[in-house]
Ligand binder design. Sequence first.
Ligand SMILES: Nc1ncnc2c1ncn2[C@@H]1O[C@H](COP(=O)(O)OP(=O)(O)O)[C@@H](O)[C@H]1O
Ligand SMILES: [Mg+2]
Length: 503
Amino acid sequence: MLATVLSCALVGIDAHPVQVEVDLAAGLPQTATVGLPDHVVRESKDRVRSALRNSGFDIPPRRITVNLAPAHLRKEGAAYDLPIALGILAATGHETRRGLADVIVAGELALDGSVRSIRGALSIATAARALGCTRLLVPQVNAAEAAVVSGIDVYGVASLRDAVDVLTSAATPASTPPPLPAFDTGDDDVDLSEVRGQELAKRALEIAAAGGHNALLIGPPGAGKTMLARRIVTILPPLELDDAVEVTKLHSAAGLLQDRPLVTTRPFRAPHHTISSAGLFGGGPWPRPGELALAHLGVLFLDELAAFRRDVLEGLRQPLEERRVLLARVGWRIAYPARVMLLAATNPCACGFRGDPTRVCRCTPHALAHYRARLSGPLLDRVDLHVDVAAVRYRELADTTAGERSAAVRVRVVAAREVQRQRFAGSATTCNAEMSGRELRRVAKPDVAGAAILERTMSRLGLSARAYTRVLKVARTIADLAGDADVGAAHVAEAVQYRSLDR
Ligand SMILES: Nc1ncnc2c1ncn2[C@@H]1O[C@H](COP(=O)(O)OP(=O)(O)O)[C@@H](O)[C@H]1O
Ligand SMILES: [Mg+2]
């Protein structure tokens, strides 16, 4: 007898429907799986047999054929175990058959019949709703994540027995979605006010957060660059629900969700400088989001920028520009969204003390040129703000007056973002950092005094043409923070200070 169970395959962060067809026929008691399965799916037959037996179900000694359709879609992982097991039961004429009509099933089976977690439950729930399915059966641990999608009944099951119970008892109450967690306003233990002094660097971070600008922190070891960078998410605007869902799908596809149903804070990803291309951009034999995509709608922090592999940094250019990561292999091609703010930190030179008033820099001119060459180049083209972070003096460190708290800074950032949201309504641009050349000319044209100071400082400091657009974008954000409609002299004058590496 033939039975069909509906499941889903994850492609990027989207789930696509997969029909799991199970046929029992006379012949040797073997199982064959067809329909472009990977080796984990092929091994499913052994897990499924054990799980069925250990849950007290008999498997008739027949030839079992499992077909996963459509055949062109690649099937990966162990999430087909549960649909295959239920399909086998249904094909033997078990009463689960009745319950399978309007349900999507996904879950990995352990040998004892318990159900293990899967990746992509939120994506599957979104697909289920789009397909008009009314019920979704997922592992218990993924139920809260899937229930974030409204309009379908989500059943979390801990075992194969549970799954059979859900499908056979008409009276099973539909699970109610858990209340959405209150949107975090960031980790209370980490706050900008803990950073003593550094008023200029904090101001630069506020501008970066307000306009979504990429920024590079430059300063000697111990100046507090890492400390400052780790606090950037506490001043970024909170995530909205749609954005949180998208971020959650990415983290779920990477298997990083753990027990959170929904990621409600902006991601802050700080990969080590030894990271590989695959680690940063995603991939491997089966596509998984890398650090860049995991930073979507949040911050990618590259600490000790000069130590990163050159080819890795080169590879960041295009995705930063396109705001998505494209992965292509033979037979498939997927895109992960990657709208990230890049934050990087570096020492000013190899020894770290160049420009430090209390220490002597021992770098030769050659060594300095070599170090700068590592920093400059293609990636620096994408950085709007060069932020000089000087070591704090003892007097500032010992000062116990409380600095401004992140929450207060965030209020200004949110207000500036609101101005930008209205300005770019109807465009793909969401913040000043993303402005096209044409938008820049339209909305960031400096007034007469601003243009005059721009011309003067550009030629006096010898700033390049690429610095010109960066300065104007930043000046636009500074004006937005100040609530000014026009880009004026004061805004331009401040923006020019953030181009120290171009001089
Ligand atoms: N401005 C500061 N206010 C308070 N503590 C600071 C400050 N700057 C540095 N520190 C202390 O010094 C440590 C090292 O700072 P860190 O951010 O790692 O420096 P960097 O990344 O520039 O080398 C921090 O963990 C912090 O305890
Ligand atoms: Mg550091």
